[in-house]
Design a protein around this ligand. Sequence first.
Ligand code: AP5
Ligand code: MG
Length: 217
Amino acid sequence: MRLVLLGPPGAGKGTLAALLKESLKLVHISTGDMFREEIRNKTQLGCGAKLYIDKGELVPDEIVIQMIEQQLTNNSAVGHGGYMLDGFPRTCKQAEDLDRILERIQQPLDYALYMTATLPIIVQRLGGRRVCRKCGALFHIRNKPPLKENVCDNCGGEIYKRADDNEATIHTRMNVYVNNTQPVKDYYKNQGKLKELDGDKESDEVQAILMKMFRDK
Ligand code: AP5
Ligand code: MG
């Protein structure tokens, strides 16, 4: 199965992707995670992307599309069991270019999962989110605290707060989302591939609803 996960910051895209990775054995491709890895490794791509990410703005389309194209064409695991694109596409240009790439490699998308979430929930989630520096596992100081403070339950790595999870940047990310990413919803609606999910619900419940949608399709 080939999926894209759309939705505002904090809707739970990464959290749902981690669950689907287990249950459906899909490769998880997150452009945000890829950029953070590049930033950690201080690559040229990472240094360039950081200028945008720290402000909550989008990295230019050409850079993101090139990065995704490399993943989809060079990662052999992607061709086998399918994948989830998390945080991509985020503009209509990215969605159109993705379709062109997928047509060329003959791997059309099955569904676009659009996760909604209300603003108070988004602010609460992003304010309390913590991430493992080593394996990327997601935690939350209240909703999902690690067993040992600042230590990842999965790999023992150090847990940190993302630099863009501060009030001012969250505000910019929300505006960018409304202006640039929300229109992508209609792009997939017109293709008949859109499925909407209520991201305010508990993540296990969201996953159960989605699995039922797949069964009933
Ligand atoms: P990215 O990393 O994709 O960030 P985002 O879209 O802002 O989304 P988040 O990762 O913040 O939220 P999420 O929906 O994954 O929530 P999560 O599951 O972690 O992108 C970062 C930046 O990179 C962008 O701003 C941009 O600059 C750049 N970028 C990336 N892709 C790009 C592209 N295609 N084009 C251009 N630029 C791009 O959950 C959040 C918290 O809530 C966690 O603590 C979690 O434990 C908790 N939680 C989640 N779900 C639930 C639930 N159901 N119940 C209770 N708690 C929950
Ligand atoms: Mg995420």
